[in-house]
Design a protein around this ligand. Structure first.
Ligand SMILES: Cc1ncc(COP(=O)(O)O)c(C=O)c1O
Length: 396
């Protein structure tokens, strides 16, 4: 039966990781994979997480199931982190939240929920968006449409085209928005844009669906949640998917959550019954370990302070690299061409290179980035920065 299956082409990111691993050049640089790295190229376990983990190992007395909704202390602390104490408390009765295996799990469970509520709904995603959004949502059987987002000629938000497109979205469709640190462009929505979107959602009747995968990597924990908080304050329904992979460094532990702000408390209870029924039919219950670590960090003032500082360090390191790259390119005769990189936020930016130039970078200099020229900025460090700037300057 299974011998009829043909081998699929490699996933672009996994394919790139393979090429990088096989490259023998000692100067090779990986700007492809979307994980945070330190100056020495490590993706570390955060100290706050290590401390929570030591306490957990010492204190945990049972590994009994946590139930389909997951770790309730995690969900409660995460909602405070996302919305702030006051809004989290006010909206709590209208919220249905469920812990998921990572942000990917949250997106997929959200897609299944949409299918139950309104199978004919389309999800509008930004053009471009993170490569895995379309399979995660589309494989659940939901129609995907796109709205313009990025103006490559200015390396900036295509704001007029975006708002024009959103003003045509029909009632009952969903609009997927990156909460902060847009992947892959690094171009974020500003407060006035979030307000425009809230107004359009209220007029048209579409539901915003916020993917929050990098809270704290952009401007700060509260600043990065601005859009989500504004939509939640003004609209009757907001769907959201959250990942703790990057900001808690918990990638492989698979920690995330899906949530819906409902019109009413009774509606939230009904949605909760659907969410638990959906996950019972897929993976039954989420893993607890990483979620319990997040809960312990967020419930301890001491560990929270330590984690917040570690998050500041990660954010500032990326921002410092953005500025150093721009300075490096400016001093190599590309004055002004890459200035936008310093204005953008989060893990990624497009370098604005053609596919042929990206291929040349890999072939000649063993520098790997996605064909779209998306670079994972944390892959730079002070040892490889000059080498990368020299190589980019040579090919442009
Ligand atoms: C935009 C976006 N959403 C969601 C995720 C999901 O992350 P994970 O499933 O690793 O938590 C990612 C990870 O790269 C992402 O970039």
């Amino acid at each position: 039966m299974f011998e009829q299956l043909q081998q699929l082409p490699a996933d672009p990111i996994l394919g790139l990781m393979g090429l990088f691993a096989r490259d023998a050049n000692p100067h090779k640089v990986d700007l492809g994979v979307g994980v945070y790295k330190t100056e020495t190229g490590l993706t570390p376990v955060l100290d706050a997480i290590k401390r929570a983990e030591q306490a957990l190992v010492a204190e945990q007395t049972s590994k009994v199931y946590v139930g389909p909704a997951g770790n309730l202390a995690f969900l409660q602390s995460m909602m405070v982190l996302l919305l702030g104490e006051h809004q989290a408390q006010n909206l709590q009765p209208r919220l249905a939240t469920l812990q998921t295996p990572g942000g990917c799990g949250a997106l997929r469970v959200a897609a299944e929920l949409i299918k139950k509520a309104r199978p004919e709904a389309s999800i509008w995603v930004s053009d471009p968006t993170w490569g895995n959004h379309i399979p995660l949502l589309g494989n659940a059987g939901i129609r995907i449409k796109t709205y313009p987002y990025f103006d490559a000629s200015r390396n900036a938000l295509a704001v007029d085209a975006m708002m024009d497109a959103l003003s045509q979205v029909p009632a009952g469709d969903l609009v997927l928005l990156h909460g902060c640190c847009h992947n892959p462009t690094g171009v974020d929505l500003q407060p006035a844009h979030w307000q425009q979107i809230a107004d359009l959602a209220a007029q048209r009747g579409f539901v915003p669906f916020v993917d929050m995968a990098y809270q704290g990597f952009g401007e700060g924990l509260d600043e990065d949640a601005y859009g989500l908080r504004l939509l939640m304050a003004q609209l009757p329904e907001v769907l959201f998917a959250v990942s703790c992979s990057k900001n808690f460094g918990l990638y492989r532990e698979r920690v995330g959550l899906v949530g819906l702000l409902n019109h009413t408390a009774a509606g939230a209870t009904a949605v909760m019954s659907h969410l638990t029924s959906i996950v019972r039919g897929i993976y039954s219950m989420p893993p607890d370990h990483g979620a319990e670590l997040v809960a312990r960090v967020l419930q301890s003032p001491e560990l929270t302070a330590l984690w917040r500082q570690e998050l500041v360090d990660m954010r500032e390191r990326i921002q410092g690299l953005r500025m150093a790259f721009v300075a490096g390119m400016n001093s190599r005769g590309a004055a002004g061409r890459f200035d936008f990189i310093a204005q953008q936020r989060g893990m990624f930016s497009f370098l604005g290179l053609s596919e042929a130039q990206v291929a040349q970078l890999a072939k000649i200099s063993s520098i790997y980035l996605l064909g779209s020229s998306r670079a994972s900025i944390a892959g730079l460090n002070h040892a490889n920065l000059g080498y990368v700037c020299d190589a980019v300057a040579r090919i442009i």
